[in-house]
Write a protein that binds this ligand. Sequence first.
Ligand code: SF4
Length: 717
Amino acid sequence: MKDEIKKGTNESKEERKMADKEKKVSNKPTKGEEKTGNVSRRRFLKSTGLVVGGAAAGIYIGNNSHALAHETPIKDGYAGTVLRVNLTTGKIIMEPTTNYEIGKYIGARGLNIKTLYDEVKAGTDALSPENKLILGVGPLVGTRAPSTSRMTITAMSPLCTYGESNIGGLFPIQLKFAGYDQVIISGRSKKPVYLSIVNDKAELKDAAHIWGKGAHEAQDAIIKTADAGTQVISIGPAGENLVRYACIKGTGKNTAGRTGLGAVMGSKNLKAIAARGTGSTELDKPKRFLEINKKLYKGIEAVSDHVNGICATQVPKNFMVDPSLAVIGNYEASSMEGWNNELLDKFDKDYIDKYVGCAKCPIRCYGRTNVPGLPKTIVACFPMGDFSSRLKSTNLVGMVENVTMCNHYGLDATSTGAVIALIYELYDKGILTKEDAEDIPLDRRDKDTVNILMRKIAYREGKIGKLFAEGSVRAAREIGKGAEYYVVHTRGLEPPLADTRIVKGKALSNAVVSRGESTRAFGPPEMSSFDKTPKGLEKHEKAKKQMKELYGTEKAAFHYEYDGKGALISRMDIVTTVYDCVGACKFASDAVLGVFGLDDLLQMLSLATDIDCSEQEVFVAGERTVNLERAFLAREGITRDDDDLGEKLFKEPVPSGPHKGDILERDKFEKMKSDFYNVRGWDVQTGVPGRKKLEELGLDYVADELETILGTSTAKG
Ligand code: SF4
C-alpha cells in the first residue's frame, strides 16, 4: 500500500497544473486557431491580460530591445530575451537572445560560460560587484519533454574558481514562460533587495524584511505577497555571510548546491529572485513531439521500480551497488557497523512517504521524508550520505534534522559534510584542540554537534565558524600543522559521496572536469563491474564490448583499471554538458541512469528548435562549452597541477571492507590525466586548451587571449 502511495504521487498540485497548462496550450493549437505568430500572440495577451511595454512597465529597454519577444509564445525553443540587471545602478535592460551566439552554444550552461568568459575579466574577485551571476534556461525547458526543467547558474566561484550549479523544480519553467533565456546580474546593491520578474516586468524590491531569514522562510514570505504560481530561488544566512560554499535554494527544496553561488548572491546583497511567467511554448510539429515523449515516458515507467526514489535511499543500495563505496568519515574507513542495505530499506519504509521529482520528470528521484516532530523535507542521495556515512553516523532520523537545518542556513550539503568530517579528523589527530573548539562539543559527535557546527559556520561565529566558513582548503592553510594533507578536494571544491580510491574513472572526472567534481558525469560502464548478479554480469559483458569498440580497450569497463578512462570520461563529460545546455537532467542520461540517451535528446531538440541537430554538431557545441570553461580556468592560472584530489587518497589505502587496499597510484593517475588532455586536444604539460582545438571550435579569440596571458607555449597544440 505504501509503495502504491509513493508511486502514485509524483507531481505537486502546482506541477500538475503546469503540466495541464502545457498540454492545453503548448503542443496543440487551440481549435480554430492557426499557429501563426499573430494569433498566438493574441492568445498570449488574452491569457495574461498584460499591456506590454518596456518603459511603461518601469523597465529600461536597451538599444536592441524587442519587447515583442515577451508577447509571443516561445517558438523554436527560445523565449527570445536576455535580461540584464545592474544592482549598483538599478538599471534593468532587455536584449534579444539573437544578439548572442545561441546556435554555437545551444543555451543554458553553454551560453552562460560564453557570457562569463567574455564579460568577467581575469582576476576578478568572486565576491566583488564585478562578478556576474548568470541564470540560463535551455531550449527544452517549458516543453513537455521529460526531465527538462533544469537551469544552470554560473559565476566566478569564491570556492573553486569556476562556479556552476544546476537546479530543477518549477523556477526554470516560470523564468522561461516569463520570456527569458538568460538573466545576467552584475554590480552590488547598497541595501538588500530581491529581483521580481513577472513576465516583462522586472524590478528590484526591498528585501529588508527577509534579510536574515532562512532560505525557505524567505521564499514563503515572498510567495505570500506574489501572484499565484510564483517560484523563488533564495539564499539563507550562509549566503548573506559570504560562506564560500553557501548554496542557492529553490522552492520545493530544489538546490543549486555546489561551488558557492549563494555567497555570490550574498555579496551582491541579492536575497532572492522571484519569477512568474504566463507564457507558453509552441512547437512546429507538436504531434511528433508528443509521440516521442510518450515513448520516453513509457520507457521511464518501465524502469520506475529501479529509478523512483533512487536519490533517496537507492543510490547507496542499488545504483552504487555497494554501500561500501560511500565515503566514511574523512576517507577513514570503507564500512561501519550498521551501515548496510537493511538500514536504508528500513528508513525508506518507515520515513519516506513519497517519491518526488522535478516538474515533468517521471524519474522522481528524490524522497520526501515524514519523520514525527520534523517538518517534511526532501532527501537526495548526496545530503543523505553527507550527514550519515560522511559523519560516521547511522542515525538517519538525525540526518533528516541536519538536512533540514542545512537547507535553512543555505549551505551546500556536500561541502558541509566534508568540512565537518575534516574538523572531526583534525580534532582526532590533535591538529585542532579543545581551545580551538571553544564551546563546541567536538567529542560528542551526534546530530546536535552537527547543528551547532553548521550554525557557527553559517554565521561565521567563533574560531571554528570563521575558519571553516572559508572552505576546507583555505581553513587548513590557515591552521597549518600539516592540516592540508587531510583535505580531499579539487581546486578547493570538496567531492561528493563515492570513494574515488575505488572507482578510478570517477577519480579522474573529479580532477579534470570544469567545476572540480562531476556529480553526475561518471561511468556506468565501469560501475557495471561491481554487480555480480546475473543481470549485472550481462550488463558488464555489454559494457566491455562497447568500451572495446569505442576506446580500444575492455579495461575502461572495470572500476579498478586506469586504461581507457581518459577517452571515456572526456566523452561522458561532453555528453552531460549537452544535457545541461538544453535544460535536461544529466541524471537521465547514459552517463548516469541511461533512461534516455543522446539520440532521444537530439530528436526532441530537433523538433523543438531550429538547431542543426546532427549528433556531431550538438557534440561540438558541448565540446565548445567545456573548452571555454577550461580556458576560463586557464586564464585564472589553473594548470594541470590543480587537477588533483589531495595527497591523502594517494597515500592512504582503503583500510577495511571489500575494497581494502584500494588506493590511487600517482603515476597511473597522472597517465589517465595525460590521456584525457590528449583526447581533448589540450596541452599535456599544462592542461591548457591548444590553439588547434580552439580554432577548430571557432574560438580563435580565446587562443589569442590565452597566448597573450600565458605565453605562446601554453596554448600550442
Ligand atoms: S532525475 Fe531527479 S533531479 Fe533529474 S529532473 Fe528528474 S527528479 Fe529532477
